[in-house]
Design a protein around this ligand. Sequence first.
Ligand SMILES: CC(C)=CCC/C(C)=C/CC/C(C)=C/COP(=O)(O)OP(=O)(O)O
Length: 290
Amino acid sequence: MEKSNGNKATQIFWSIVSFLRRCLFLVISVRPIPHHIAFIMDGNRRYAKKRKLKEGDGHRVGFLALMSMLKYCYELGVRYVTIYAFSIDNFKRDPEEVKSLMDLMREKIEGLIKEESIVNQYGIKVHFIGNLKLLSEPVRLAAERAMEATANNSRGVLSICIAYTSTDEIVHAVQESCEEKSDEISVMNASGAGYGLLQLGGNEKEERENIVKLTDIEKHMYMTVAPDPDILIRTSGETRLSNFLLWQSAHCYLYSPSVLWPEIGFRHFTWAILSFQRSYFYLDRKRKQS
Ligand SMILES: CC(C)=CCC/C(C)=C/CC/C(C)=C/COP(=O)(O)OP(=O)(O)O
């Protein structure tokens, strides 16, 4: 009897907290809110060391922090969230650590499509971004299943960058664009039109039309599923981009709280949004003055 009263009191407490959070988000939304937030989840191992936990437990707590951040983002109305889950450079870590991280990724990816997961609660479509060929088969299959299972969700998008680096993405996009152009040129040559970048002496205007353009490269980026991020949040006070979304973050606001990723919470999130809004206000004012 006492236990059920205790449970009820806890439920009421959390409902009030959730209500107050939504009220605060309503107030914050009076000013522009970001469409897209990207996260570099830095500091899981340092957290484990600080708390005398096993390294893997640092990542597990990190996953819980990620779930809270997703909840706050989608409650606030941010439609796109992108996370840096595993870089191509992370494969150079100790093989034991890579294996245990990959096992954890598979477990968590499988959890994402369970009915009670945040992804399903908020109607989120999941994308895996990166050189997925580099993943082990079980992880790749789990990723494919998660993309398939959430394909019809439409309220928000979660992009999980895994086996990803930005330079790899850019090289991939440039290669694809060049291949596409050279295919077009060979079709044109075969049909007797006979012009193109590869054919010197052609009409200059027509030649220029066959040069790889910015829009061609953008079309072949892995990240076409989302607009460019408005804020990039990197925890643990680090201010480097570490080969993450270099192309897409050209105009992005960088925010770097000194907290370790598993410790990130509601107040850090709210402060990041307020800082973004302040920077947006000054940017807007500068634009109007010039
Ligand atoms: C669904 C899904 C794929 C979830 C991802 C789970 C998760 C939290 C992954 C984090 C992986 C990672 C390499 C974090 C960086 O911490 P670090 O190891 O670099 O720690 P350090 O900065 O203290 O060295």
